[in-house]
Design a protein around this ligand. Structure first.
Ligand SMILES: [Mn+2]
Length: 283
C-alpha cells in the first residue's frame, strides 16, 4: 500500500520522494515495534484520507499547494541502502521524506547528503538530545554521529523539546554549542516566538528536519519507543512545522513511531498529519 498522497508513478516525475525504512536495530529501547511504522503510517494515511463523496475520493484536498505537489512513494528499503538512495534522490533534485524505523536511520540519510551541501543545518525534534558520544552508532548517538560530517553546522542547528537528557549529553550540548529549546525553560507552545528563534538560528542556509515523534507529549503520541511526559502538543508541532516549511528545507524524516504501543493509531495519524501540513505549506 502506498502513502495516500502518492500521485505520480515514477521517481523522475515527483517533487517529493517518500521512503520507508522498517529497521529498528539501532534502538536500545525496551519497547519494540518501530520497524512496523512505515507500513502502519501508510495504511493510516489511506484510511483517513480516503472517503466517499459521489465516488471514492483519494485524498483530502486541503490546500492548493497540496493539490499541485507531486509525490512518489518509492516503498520500503533496507537501512544499508538509505544513503545511496537519498544521494540519488538529491542528485535528481527531489526532496526526500523518510519514515523510520529508529532514529539512527537519520545518520544514514544525512550521509546521503554529503555530496550535495557544503553547509547544512538541522532542526531536531526530540525528547532526548541523542548526543551520547561515549557509545556510538545507535539511536542515542545520532547527533554525535552526524556532527562528524563536515558539512553539518552545529552552530546553526537546534534541538526542540528536549526534556530527558543524560549528564553526558548536557555537557555535549554546552561544549559543542548546539542550541536546545527545552520545555522546562521555554514556552514552546508560543509558536510565533519559538519560530522567530528557529528562524534566527537556521535561516538563510539549507535545513534538514528530523522529527522524533517522542517530542510530542505521550497524551497525544503514546505510540513511541521511549515516551517522556511533558512534551509539546499536536497543534504546537503542526503549527511549528507549517512555519518551518517556509524556510529552506531540503529533507524531512519522521522516526520512532512504535505502532505496538499506540492507541487507535493516534501516533500514526499525527505522523501523517505532520507530512500533510508540511507539504501543504512548503515552498
Ligand atoms: Mn531520537
Amino acid at each position: 500500500m502506498k502513502f495516500a498522497y502518492n500521485n505520480v508513478s515514477k521517481l523522475s516525475s515527483a517533487q517529493y520522494v517518500l521512503l520507508g525504512v522498517p529497521d529498528e536495530r539501532g534502538s536500545h529501547a525496551m519497547r519494540k515495534g518501530s520497524s512496523l511504522a512505515p507500513t502502519r503510517i501508510r495504511r493510516v494515511s489511506c484510511l483517513r484520507s480516503t472517503f466517499y463523496r459521489q465516488k471514492k475520493t483519494s485524498i483530502v484536498q486541503s490546500s492548493d499547494k497540496l493539490l499541485k505537489m507531486s509525490l512518489f512513494d518509492a516503498g520500503n528499503i533496507k537501512k544499508s541502502e538509505v544513503s545511496s538512495k537519498v544521494d540519488l534522490i538529491l542528485r535528481k533534485n527531489k526532496f526526500p521524506i523518510i519514515l523510520g524505523g529508529d532514529h539512527s536511520i537519520t545518520v544514514e540519510i544525512l550521509r546521503g547528503f554529503q555530496h550535495h551541501f557544503k553547509r547544512l543545518a538541522f532542526i531536531y525534534f526530540d525528547a532526548h538530545p541523542d548526543f551520547v558520544c561515549s557509545t556510538r552508532k545507535y539511536y542515542g548517538s545520532v547527533v554525535c554521529d552526524i556532527s562528524d560530517f563536515p558539512y553539518i553546522d552545529l552552530s546553526r542547528s537546534l534541538e526542540i523539546g528536549v526534556r530527558e537528557p543524560e549528564a553526558e549529553e548536557l555537557r555535549a550540548l554546552r561544549t559543542r554549542h548546539l542550541f536546545s529549546i527545552n520545555p522546562y525553560h521555554y514556552p514552546i507552545q508560543d509558536v510565533e516566538k519559538t519560530f522567530s528563534i528557529i528562524k534566527k538560528r537556521v535561516g538563510g542556509i539549507p535545513v534538514y528536519i528530523s522529527l522524533d515523534m517522542d517530542v510530542v507529549d505521550p497524551a497525544f503520541a503514546p505510540g513511541v519507543s521511549t515516551p517522556v511526559p511533558g512534551g509539546i502538543s499536536s497543534i504546537t508541532l503542526l503549527s511549528l512545522l507549517r512555519r518551518i516549511a517556509t524556510l529552506r528545507i531540503v529533507g524531512f524524516d519522521i522516526v520512532e513511531v512504535c505502532p505496538t504501543y499506540d492507541i487507535q493509531n493516534m501516533t500514526s495519524h499525527l505522523a501523517v498529519k505532520s507530512i500533510v501540513e508540511f507539504l501543504g505549506t512548503a515552498k
